[in-house]
Design a protein around this ligand. Structure first.
Ligand code: C5J
Length: 221
């Protein structure tokens, strides 16, 4: 069943059986006080806007029987998969691996690494743990999609210009068609969010489409 979803720069053709909803890094470390995002000096409250739309899209994707994949950015407890340059970068109040109020910053298995309660994965929804910004780098995501015949991705999550963008760029180069759900993404920098969405759909959709959860949910209904 092919559904036409209104999008920029043109309708996005969606076959729910061959599409996945990919929700990027909706983790406590990015969205809640005391995590990685805040250690970098960001106002984490800005990301809360994406939770409601992500939840609505999650419900719709589950109802449509669409594959849902969640990702988390984080590192092994011994930080052996954390590039030294990433750990050293900037002047954060705490570095990756340091103890914080939600456990060690950006470390797998810690409370801060978990996906926020409203978007908790359920049985049958793979969770991809990624050491980088892109969800394809050093993960099982690509074979997981190919084994299931997935050719299109609906992409949501945080942050728009970092992990969402990197993942969409990686996906596009691998031949997956991507529609970014603008209202289900957020950034600590609203101007970057807007620019990142514009970059995806400019030039005839140079590496994807941009739409929103309302348009997808209406089309699926
Ligand atoms: C960042 C991400 N912003 N999930 N990660 O460092 O976008």
């Amino acid at each position: 069943m092919l559904i036409a979803i209104p999008a920029e720069p043109s309708d996005f053709a969606l076959d729910p059986a061959r599409a996945a909803l990919v929700i990027i890094d909706m983790q406590r470390d990015f969205l809640e006080p005391g995590g990685f995002g805040e250690t970098l000096g960001n106002d984490v409250a800005l990301l809360a806007a994406a939770i409601g739309p992500c939840r609505a899209m999650l419900d719709a994707a589950r109802a449509a029987g669409m594959l849902v994949i969640h990702t988390r950015e984080g590192h092994r407890p011994d930080l052996s998969d954390a590039p030294p340059a990433k750990v050293a970068r900037g002047a954060p109040s705490k570095r990756i691996g340091d103890p914080g109020p939600m456990g060690r910053i950006l470390v797998r298995g810690e409370p801060g690494h978990e996906i926020v309660a409203a978007l908790a994965p359920i049985a049958g929804e793979p969770v991809i743990d990624k050491p980088g910004k892109g969800a394809f780098y050093a993960t099982e995501l690509e074979p997981m999609l190919r084994h299931r015949g997935i050719e299109a991705l609906l992409v949501a999550g945080v942050t728009t210009e970092v992990c969402v963008h990197t993942t969409v760029r990686e996906a596009n180069d691998r031949g997956f068609r991507c529609a970014v759900l603008g209202d289900a993404c957020a950034s600590y920098f609203p101007a970057f969010h807007a620019a990142a969405l514009a970059m995806v759909s400019a030039q005839g959709g140079i590496f994807g489409w941009v739409t929103d959860t309302g348009r997808v949910i209406d089309a699926l209904a």
